[in-house]
Every structure is written in C-alpha cells, then in structure tokens.
Design a protein around this ligand. Structure first.
Ligand SMILES: [Zn+2]
Length: 1086
C-alpha cells in the first residue's frame, strides 16, 4: 500500500499528511546557511565546534625562541640561524615595520594525537612568514590574519621526540604596512608591531572540515542560483537536511551530513577525480599569485614574497594534483635563482612536471604606455631568453593582468617575440565605458594580431567562489563565438597564490556542475596554452579591436614621480648610444670587447624600473629610493662604457672636467640622418655641427654684426619680441601671445591665446591618488601669479627670457623661453624650460599652448608608432581620453600646417579643441607622502612645421632627446682610423620615399655571437650586427640599408633575433620595404 498513512478511527480513506505542512520563507532558510559554518554567535553549537580534535599551545609541545635581525636587514637562513635565540611566547609582539624576526620552533607531538589523520601547525602573527626546515630548505609561506596560517606537520614528526623548524617573520602584511584603520594605499606606518596570536599544534577533524566546504558551496548554490530554478530549490532543501541532521560532537552525524551533501556536490569531491567527469570545460581554472615587483613594499621584500608564494604552490601541487600555476616575470625567477637556489630547484622540477608554468615572456609585468619601442622589445628579448635558457621553452602568451593600458604595438611585438596570445583584465576597471569584448582579436597598426582574452570574472586574484563561476558566464561578452573563459584564482601580492581552501571550493563547484548543473563546468589541470589552443580554430570569428587598448583610469600615472620618468627616458637614450657605438667599436677595433654583461645589467635594471607600479609612479617612497639607486648604477655604468668607447674612438668628452674645453673640434652623434645644429662649446663659444655619421665636424658660427641671427627687444612695457630668420615670438607678461612663422606667413597662437602658460588644477581623484586624475579637475583651472619678465641671455646665437612665477606660498617656478639663430635649411623651434620648486598638496601643474590649428584628432608619439586620439568630447569614449600618454612629441596638424610640442622626459598630454597641454607635475600624497616634492628641471619645445605631421617632427623629437656631444678628437694610430671611419658612418639607412619615414632606431651586436654571448641557449660563430628599423608615420615605405662592413649574408629576424628569411645583399646594400608602422629587424652577418 502506498500514498498515505493508515486511516484513523472514524475515517474511511487514507490521509497523506499527519500534521500541518507549510512552506517556510526562502529568504529565512537561505539566511540559516552561513551561521552553520561561519564564525559568529553559534561557534560552540555549529560545525565550527567540531573542526579540530585537539589543540596544543605553548610548552612543552610548542617551544618558541626568537632572534631579531637588526634594523631592516633581511639576513639569509645561514646568517640568521647562527645567532643566539632567546625564548619567547604566544602573545609577544614583534616589530617595527619592515624588521625581520627568526623563530626557532621546537615541536613535540603529543602521543594522544600521534595517529590522527591530519596534524597542522597553525601560526598567525598577522604578517608574512616562511617555514624553513632545520637544515635550510624553504617549505612554504605564511600570511597572517587567517589568510594562510597552516603548515602540515610531516608524519616523521610523530615519534614523540623534539623536532625543529624555523619561521622567518617579515614585519609587513600582504599589502605592506599601511597604518591601521586606513586605506591600504596610505603611506606606510614605520612603527607597526605584530602580535603572535597563534602557534598551535592541531589535530584536524578532516571530515568536519570537508563538510564545511560541502556546505559552503552547496549553500552558495542555494543562495546564488536563480530562485525560480529547480537547481536552487534542490540545493536549498539539501542544505536544510544537512543542518537538521548535524549534531554537535557527533562524528556519525558529520559523516551522514557528508553523504547527504553528495546529492548536490556529487561523490567525487574528495579528490581531483571530480574533474575527470562531466562535460567539456567552460571555465579553465588556473592559479596565479600576481606579485607586484614593487608597490607597497620594496624590491627586497618582493624577493621574499616570491620565495614564500612559489614554495607554497610547490607544496600545494603535491597535495592537489589538479593544480596548475601560471607565473610571469623573468626577473622574479632570476631573484629566486639568486637568493633561494633550493626553492628554485623545486620550482624547476614542478615546471618539468607541467604544473608550474612560466608565462608572459617579459622581464617584468611592465607598463606599456611609457617605455620606448625598444624597451618593449627588450622586455620580451630578456624575458623570453631567460625562460628559454632556464626552462627550455619560450612563452606563447603575453601576460599583463594588471597594467594600466596597452600600447597599440603590443600585438606586433608579441608576434615578433613568438607570442600570439595575450591575457589581461585591467580594462574591467574602466570607470567610464564598459569594454565590449571578452575574447577578441587585437590588431596592431601594422596588421599584426594576437588573440586576447579578458577573464569575465573580472579579476586575476579570484577567491574561486561560486560567484566567480556565475560571473564567468553572466559577464561573458563574446559567447556568440565561444563561451569558455579563464578563471585566474589565488591570492596576490604575497598572499601566496591559490590556497588549499580554494582548491576545495573548486572541487565542489565542479561536483555541482557534474550533478545538478546551474553553473558552468569548471576544470583544473589545464594550462593557459590549453585554453588558447581551443580558441585558435575560431580565431577568425572573434570580434576585432584595432589600435591601443586605452585604459579609462589611472591617467595620472603618465605624470606622477617625475624623476623616475626622467631617468627612464635618459637611460633609454643612453643605452641606444652605447649599443650603437659599442657595435662599431667591437667590429672596428680588435682589442675592444662588446660589453655584454654591463649592457645586460643596464637593460635589466631599466626594464625592472618599468614595472607597472614603478615607472607609473604608484609605489611607496621606499621603492623610489631603490629605483633612484639602481638608476644611479645604470648611469654610472653607462658613463664608464661611454668613456671606454671615447677612448677607442680617440675622442674625449669636451665637457668632462679634465678636457680642454676650447679645443672641441667635433661632436658625437648617434642619430641616423644628416644633422645641422648649433652646439654650445662653452659659455662663450658656439659652433655649427653639420654632417652625418657618428662624428660630425664643427665649424665656427659666423656672426654678422650688421644682421644679427637672432634678436630680442622690449617693444613696450613687459612686451618682448624675439626674432630669427624664421620665427617671431611675442612674449607679453611672461606668456607667448604671438608665434609667427615668417617663412610661411602663419600665426600659430590662437587669437587672444597665451601660450607656454603655466596653470594649476586641483587634483583630487576619487580614490587612487598617485594613479588617477579625473576629468572634473579641468574645472578647477587656476592662473598663476606671473612676476617680471627679464632678458636672461642675449647672445649672438641665442636669446632667452626668464619670468619668475609664484605657484603658491610654498612653490614657485622660473620659466625660460629661448629662441636660437635659425640655420639654413633647418626648421626652427621655441625652446622652453622651467625650474620648479614644488611643495603642493593634490595639485596638478601643466603648461598650455592654445594654437590656431583645427583638427578633430591630435597625434601622439607612442612606442614605435603614432596614436591618434580625439580633440573633442563627442562621445563618452572620446571624452574618456581627456588625458593621454605621449612619448617625445604630441602634434596637432591641419593638412598643410601644424605644431608639435617636443619634450625630453614627460609623458602626460591633453588636446581639447585647439588647446594643447603638457602635464608637468602632480602632488599625490598616497602611497608616497612626498611624491614629486622638491626641485625639478624640465624642458620642451614648440615646433611649428609646414605640412601635416611628418618626418621633420620625428627627427626634431629625436634630436631634442639626443643632443650632440661636443668632443675633442685627438687619438693616435688606430683610434684615428676608427674615428675617421666613424665620420663615414658604417651603417646607414637611406630612405627611398620623400616621406623619409623609416627610422633606424637600434644598432646592436647579435646577442649570440661568440665574442658577445655570455653563454645561453645558442652561441653562433662569427660576428653579426642587428639593425632595427621602424616605419614612423604610418605608410608603406622603402629604403636601403647601406654599410661599409663586409656583409656575407643578411636576414630579416624577429626581435628575439631568430631568422625569419634571408634578404638579398648587393654591394653592401640591402633594399627594404616596410608596412605602415612595421618594426623590422635585420641581422647582418660579417
Ligand atoms: Zn600589479
């Protein structure tokens, strides 16, 4: 019989319900779930009461001894463990901020728990730590605040005897040392102390712990799936059954609950086999630990974060075979190799086993807005070479989850570095427009393409929650083509990457999709390449995105930390000079050895400083103390190399202390075209350098008394007129009111406009001070108080006005406006500079140029390209670009005339209508309380030109950044031969088109040449020269490489210097053709 209970007396038919049955309110049932497994009021009666079988703290089972490292020293294991340790205890505090404390921890496992399933040491001091074996093997990292506090005690410790481990404590949290109660980006508190709150041996009730995760995920299904779905209702009823079944302190009830949970999470969640079942993956879970190479802590702490995080991952890979871990930044691998060789070996084994996956192919996760084209090339060159020589293969995926916008040439450079995939997600932070694609084809201006994926969970440090999987579908924007996605999970910045808890959660999410569904199928065990491999067949169907991926946030990073940006530009220029001159020297001189090690050191240092929180200016003050020191070493090395090169060439620096200044007879030049420029040889002497080649002769600058080459006079009170043969500049009360092109009869300044005018804005972004400037700052534009203008210099070849300007009570600046004599056949420009004493709080200093030029787009030099951006605010996408990044110039042109603003160390610019604005200085107070305070010198130039933007601007901007270097020629013997051959220019690029758009940017030696190589994957016999040329204006262009070297064979190579194809050489000439904005590299074998 079925269908009811036995009839009661007096009734003749069966009854179904023997008591009233109602439908409880869903929201109340949902709210019942979390209190079952989360801390709160009911910890003694809920599941938490049964998580541990036993807990032992203090003596005799846990004995603690400590040695405090002095100051901010970070001693090695050997140094630290040789010291005298003194006894300490739980409850003691350690500090101050950034100090290191080593603990000797002597564990004696009580016999009561010796046979228990899982024993852990739980350690929490609310800061970062590393567990070491007694003999110096780093085992795993610890993160305080409950984040990562467990170390699994090995079976060998369960013999009742004493066992020793060491714990190295770093007095900083994951996010440095922000003062308590404040935002994490507040400048660090130097005096923080950390209390050791927990150092316990625990015996874990494994089934209770597993039930907690069962309940967490099926509870999330009950709470987060749509309420009108069968899956949600099913999960909710199972959750209720579990809570009803659980009895505190009753292990049998826990086992029963786990059985009930299987209805939702399935039977396989206790092992990685849960991933072997079910459908194809939709979500590919890959671990990562995004460690900023510096940010709210200095580089030295990063080195330890790397060791801690990656050791933790090696440990977890043993316990969770499904784990794969993607790890970028060759620099961090190199640090681990240098400072933690044992941990590095362990990582290397995990790489061989396929779980630990080097990715990204770059030296660091660098900024892509500000580094020069050549710097971007070297990020890949040094990154891929490191990966190849250490691990036998290169990366195929460029990995930049956190960088602040992506330069248009990245796809081309990726392809030239052997990478056809790109992963980022930062554009999900756009605070204006929602980027429209998840998976798409990103196209460079030369047509090169990479498949780009931005994980729809919109984070690269997911907690691996149920919601992350939901968002992997709900926020996926390209599902018409393919609905799969990456889920990048793991704690970043020293949090150590994925936690065991995250693996447990993901097993249950996979179990849920195997049983009731409702969330996309997640799988682990795949690599990022596996994910992209599956996308590749659909590549042609993905939506395309042409040009830069402009990031609609963090626009202040083009300006913050001006010194660091200045050093970046200067070191790029210096490296270019050194490589070019050293190449020639190493081929011309038998005794000169190409200084590979020093050049590599310089490049690796510059590349490190291009890290995405360093160059952008978003790190704490300590990081800039570090980078200042490193740049100091770069420049010192560079000066030494240049001195050696001068010796080889038989020249000496006319500006060096020991040289006879008046005897300068030539200049050193590294630009690949004819130059004719005024050169100041001393305070009183000036010459004209003219020619092409590396050494240009100087002739006297002829002064015609009756017809001065440049003049200045005060035409009326506070109105000065500066004039040369080409330009007439009127300066009234310190600003340029007229700039007249005498040759082309053209006024450049907007009627009534005031150019080279300094203005200041309030600069109070919504949150990220060092990072952001918001569009509303434009509404706070204020004029500065201009003092008297005076004639500062009045020389036959140059005149200069100076104006004192008051910025505020605390800050001031001196503005210089210079006009030099114009030279026949050479364009003229107005040179401007400023000395600023800057002590402001949340202000932004800019200099304005209202020009009488009309165009809806302005052009900006960017890495190996020109990027055009709107000058109007038609749409939200246009207006979002109210502040943009440029390199050596920004330009506003009509079809027949334009103005370029050149600079030698600035990166922020804006053009709105006819107003061009160069960004000079900001004053954020977080995370560096003193960012940019103090004295600055800066220079720029107003460069009017006939015609639209063309090679005259490109060349003028190069020249502005590469001043000719006066030198004294006077070597002997072979040196003279070499210097005379330099004036014939051993490698030349002849442009075949009138546009002259091909630029010979880099000359270096082949890195694998036997006399150059420092040992690597390959060493090639013979000598070669690498020549990098790019098309600078955006058109198909032709040219010829011409060389006096005896070229046996030539080939086109990629930026890693792998041969792509052989090219014809005839009479030492190589004809070339480039696509618009193509970056082409040639290898000349000698
Ligand atoms: Zn980052």
């Amino acid at each position: 019989m079925g269908g009811g209970v036995a009839p009661e007396r007096g009734f003749s038919y069966p009854r179904f319900a023997d008591q009233p049955v109602g439908v409880p309110k869903t929201s109340i049932l949902k709210s019942r779930i979390e209190p079952f497994y989360k801390p709160g009021q009911y910890d003694k009666v809920n599941l938490l009461a049964n998580l541990y079988n036993a807990r032992y703290s203090g003596k005799p089972h846990v004995r603690l001894y400590v040695w405090d490292a002095p100051g901010q020293e970070r001693p090695t294991f050997e140094e630290a463990t040789s010291k005298n340790f003194k006894e300490t205890h739980v409850g003691a505090s350690f500090g101050p901020s950034w100090s290191t404390h080593w603990f000797k921890v002597i564990l004696t496992i009580p016999s009561d728990i010796a046979d228990d399933e899982l024993l852990e040491l739980q350690w929490d001091a609310n800061n970062e730590g590393m567990v070491w074996t007694a003999d110096g093997m780093p085992l795993q990292g610890l993160t305080g605040g409950g984040e990562r506090i467990e170390w699994v005690i090995p079976k060998s410790f369960r013999d009742g005897k004493e066992h020793t481990i060491y714990i190295e404590m770093a007095c900083n949290g994951m996010f440095g040392n922000a003062p308590g109660g404040k935002t994490i980006i507040a400048p660090p508190d130097p005096n923080k102390y950390f209390r050791l709150s927990k150092a316990d041996i625990v015996s874990v009730n494994v089934q209770a712990r597993m039930l907690l995760f069962d309940m967490w995920e099926l509870g999330d299904a009950a709470r987060e799936l749509p309420e009108n779905s069968a899956e949600q209702n099913h999960a909710l009823s199972v959750a209720m059954k579990i809570i009803n079944t659980f009895q505190v302190d009753n292990q049998q009830s826990i086992l029963k609950c786990r059985k009930i949970a299987q209805e939702i999470v399935g039977p396989d969640v206790d092992s990685h086999r849960v991933y072997e079942k079910g459908k194809d993956p939709v979500v590919f879970g890959v671990g990562n630990c995004h460690i900023d190479s510096c940010w709210l802590w200095p580089w030295d702490e990063t080195k330890r974060k790397v060791a801690r995080s990656w050791s933790s991952q090696c440990d977890l890979m043993d316990r969770y075979p499904e784990a794969t871990f993607a790890c970028s930044q060759a620099q961090q691998f190199k640090w681990l190799k240098q400072y933690y060789p044992a941990a590095y070996d362990r990582v290397r084994r995990k790489i061989e086993e396929g779980q630990f996956i080097p990715i990204g192919g770059s030296w660091v996760e660098h900024d892509t807005n500000m580094p020069s084209g050549e710097s971007l090339v070297r990020q890949f060159f040094y990154g891929q070479r490191f990966f190849e020589s250490e691990f036998g293969s290169r990366a195929r995926t460029f990995w930049l989850p956190d960088t602040f916008g992506y330069s248009s040439q990245i796809p081309q450079l990726c392809r030239l570095a052997g990478m056809d995939r790109f992963m980022t997600q930062k554009l999900s932070w756009n605070n204006i427009n929602n980027f429209p694609h998840t998976t798409f084809m990103w196209v460079s201006p030369d047509g090169s393409q990479v498949i780009c994926h931005m994980p729809p969970s919109e984070t690269y440090t997911a907690e691996a929650d149920f919601g992350d999987l939901k968002r992997s579908i709900s926020q996926h924007k390209t599902m018409q083509v393919d609905s799969s996605s990456l889920l990048l999970f793991g704690k970043g910045d020293g949090g150590g990457g994925p936690t065991w808890q995250q693996f447990e959660k993901l097993r249950r999410c996979a179990g849920i999709s195997n049983t009731i569904g409702g969330i996309p199928k997640v799988k682990l065990g795949y690599t990022v390449d596996d994910f992209f491999d599956r996308l590749a067949p659909k590549a042609a169907e993905f939506p395309t995105w042409y040009g830069e991926l402009y990031f609609e946030l963090h626009r202040g990073t083009y300006t913050t930390q001006a010194n660091n940006k200045y050093y970046n530009r200067k070191s790029e220029v210096m490296l270019r000079d050194i490589e070019q001159l050293a190449t020639i020297a190493s081929i011309k001189s038998k005794s000169y050895k190409y200084p590979t090690e020093e050049i590599d050191f310089m490049w690796e240092s510059v590349l490190l400083c291009q890290f995405h929180d360093c160059l952008p200016g978003s790190s704490i003050e300590m990081c800039y103390d570090d980078s200042d020191k490193l740049y100091g070493k770069v420049f010192e090395t560079g000066r030494k190399l240049l001195k050696e090169l001068y010796d080889v060439f038989g020249v000496s620096d006319a500006r060096s202390a020991d040289s006879d200044k008046s005897s300068a007879s030539a200049v050193l030049n590294t630009l690949p075209w004819h130059r004719k420029e005024l050169v100041e040889l001393s305070d009183v002497e000036v010459g004209v350098a003219c020619g092409d080649g590396q050494v240009l002769p100087i002739r006297a600058f002829r002064i015609q008394q009756d017809k001065p080459a440049v003049t200045v006079h005060e035409s009326s009170a506070e109105v000065f007129v500066l004039q040369n043969d080409q330009l007439r500049v009127v300066v009234k009360k310190g600003v340029i009111t007229s700039l007249y092109d005498r040759v082309n009869d053209r006024e450049i300044i907007e009627k009534g406009g005031e150019a080279n005018k300094f203005v200041i804005f309030d600069d109070i972004p919504l949150y990220w001070q060092a990072w952001d400037v918001e569009v509303y700052h434009l509404g706070t534009r204020r004029q500065l108080k201009y003092g008297k203008t005076k004639i500062h210099e009045h020389k036959p070849h140059k005149v200069t006005l100076v104006t004192d300007i008051t910025i505020s009570e605390n800050s001031s600046l001196k503005s210089y406006i210079t006009l030099s004599a114009s030279l026949d056949g050479q364009p003229s420009q107005v040179d401007c500079s400023a000395e600023v004493d800057w002590h402001e709080d949340c202000k932004f200093l800019k200099v304005e140029f209202p020009v009488d030029i009309v165009n809806t787009e302005a052009s900006y030099e960017t890495a190996y390209s020109i990027t055009r951006r709107p000058t109007h605010y038609n749409t939200s996408w246009d207006m979002a670009k109210f502040e943009v990044c440029c390199h050596k110039f920004a330009d506003l042109s009509e079809h027949n005339y334009g103005v370029s603003i050149l600079n030698d160390s600035k990166y922020g610019f804006a053009t709105a209508g006819k107003m061009m604005r160069l960004s000079l200085l900001r004053a954020p107070k977080a995370p560096d309380a003193h960012a940019d305070m103090g004295r600055h010198e800066m220079r720029w130039a107003i460069f009017p030109h006939k015609g639209s933007l063309g090679s005259t601007t490109v060349k003028a901007a190069y020249a502005f950044n590469n001043p000719l270097k006066p030198c004294v020629v006077g070597g002997s013997g072979s040196a003279v031969d070499i210097s005379s051959s330099l004036s014939r220019c051993p490698i030349k690029l002849i442009n075949q088109d009138d546009s002259e758009s091909l630029v010979l940017d880099t000359v270096k030696r082949g890195h694998d040449d036997e006399d150059v190589s420092t040992g690597g994957v390959r060493v090639s016999p013979g000598r070669s020269v690498i020549v990098r040329i790019y098309e600078s204006l955006g058109g198909h262009s032709r040219g010829t490489i011409q060389t006096s070297f005896n070229v046996k064979r030539a080939s086109k190579v990629n930026i890693l210097e792998d041969e792509l194809c052989e090219v014809a050489v005839k009479d030492s000439k190589i004809p070339i053709k480039l696509r618009p904005f193509e970056v082409a590299t040639f290898k000349l074998e000698l």
